[in-house]
Design a protein around this ligand. Structure first.
Ligand SMILES: NC(=O)c1ccc[n+]([C@@H]2O[C@H](COP(=O)([O-])OP(=O)(O)OC[C@H]3O[C@@H](n4cnc5c(N)ncnc54)[C@H](O)[C@@H]3O)[C@@H](O)[C@H]2O)c1
Length: 314
């Protein structure tokens, strides 16, 4: 088992962290509905975003800042780039802290959680966005580097993070809380050359939806869980793929906008584009081999990863 935790870091000085903490310790709460109105959810909120140094993570962070978040913790393996973003957001008036963390490692998460608490207190919003993919046949996956790491980053990390912060989120019903778990369309259907990635996203979808139901049954209505299931997005993570029929490659802006609005509303599952839901419905009613024919020959889903290159490994 690998444990390559990056050191937890901080874009702000110790004294500025202390000053910031006292400034954001009591964010304004005014909300009359347990789930909050859309504007009350983000204004004054303390936000934690994983995978915040690149792709959609950056857009979530900028959106949170633009809509009035009190403070944002930017968690990423790539601490240097997260620090640049933190500095940009701080320069525009939003308290932001870059935290170097490896979400595949529980100890690293616990260190990052301590740094985050020191900076902003307990988060009101958690966006589990960090993710990795290995696009090859299952038997070409390295057992540790590819299989175990993908499951840890994409499935276990989000569970450990939410488990760490959930007791405080439950206890503080004074303001609305949100958890956005970024899964994938790959969590809703099987696809060659992404077996472990699909497995990790199926795990996330099942966990995230079960968590939502538990919170609803236990009447913790101030916490809303949204699971996001997008198809391919042009961030570079899936470089080389061919988008299936009626499922064009989305811009990161379109994808983040859909996830963000769903999160604020407390929508349980956001699928994007509409063909993701269509695929789930058709797969549900067709015999498996008939669905295979439709997915492969008509929509071109099964060959979409044939020319995958992904991000170049530095
Ligand atoms: N891009 C797509 O086509 C697509 C489609 C569906 C779902 N998604 C999901 O959306 C999320 C974001 O995707 P993206 O395209 O913006 O990816 P990206 O590669 O641009 O960004 C991912 C970020 O996660 C960080 N990260 C990776 N491993 C980490 C670790 N162990 N600890 C901490 N940080 C780590 C990376 O440093 C990077 O900053 C992922 O969960 C991905 O699976 C992406």
């Amino acid at each position: 088992m690998s444990s390559s935790a990056a050191p937890a870091g901080n874009a702000a000085s110790a004294s500025s962290v202390a000053d910031t903490r006292s400034a954001i310790a009591s964010p304004s709460t005014a909300t009359t509905r347990p789930g909050g109105t859309r504007s009350s959810v983000i204004r004054g909120a303390r936000v934690l975003i994983t995978g915040a140094a690149s792709g959609m993570g950056v857009l979530y962070a900028r959106r949170a800042a633009a809509e009035g978040a009190a403070a944002i913790a930017l968690w990423d393996l790539n601490e240097a780039t997260a620090s640049d973003l933190a500095n940009q957001l701080s320069a525009r008036g939003t308290q932001a802290l870059a935290v170097g963390v490896d979400v595949s490692d529980r100890q690293s998460i616990l260190s990052a959680a301590a740094r985050t608490r020191e900076f902003l207190g307990e988060p009101d919003i958690i966006i589990n966005n960090a993710g990795i993919v290995c696009g090859t046949t299952f038997w070409e996956h390295d057992p540790e580097r590819d299989i175990e790491r993908t499951m840890r980053v994409n499935a276990l990390g989000p569970m450990w993070i939410v488990r760490e912060f959930m007791p405080a989120m439950i206890a503080d019903a004074a303001r609305p809380k949100r958890i956005l778990n970024v899964a994938s369309a790959a969590g809703t259907l099987a696809n060659p050359h992404m077996s472990v990635y699909a497995a990790s996203k199926w795990a996330m979808l099942g966990w995230s939806e079960s968590l939502r139901l538990e919170l609803e049954r236990e009447k913790h209505r101030h916490i809303r869980v949204t699971t996001f299931c997008p198809s391919y997005i042009d961030t570079g993570m899936f470089k080389g793929v061919r988008a299936p029929l009626l499922t064009p490659m989305m811009t990161p802006q379109v994808a983040v906008d859909a996830a963000w609005r769903g999160m604020l509303r407390g929508t349980p599952v956001v699928s994007k584009p509409w063909t993701v839901k269509l695929g789930m419905a058709v797969r549900g009613v067709l015999p498996t081999r008939a669905w295979d024919f439709v997915a492969d020959r008509i929509f071109g889903v099964y060959s979409s990863m044939d020319h995958f290159t992904g991000r170049s490994q530095a």
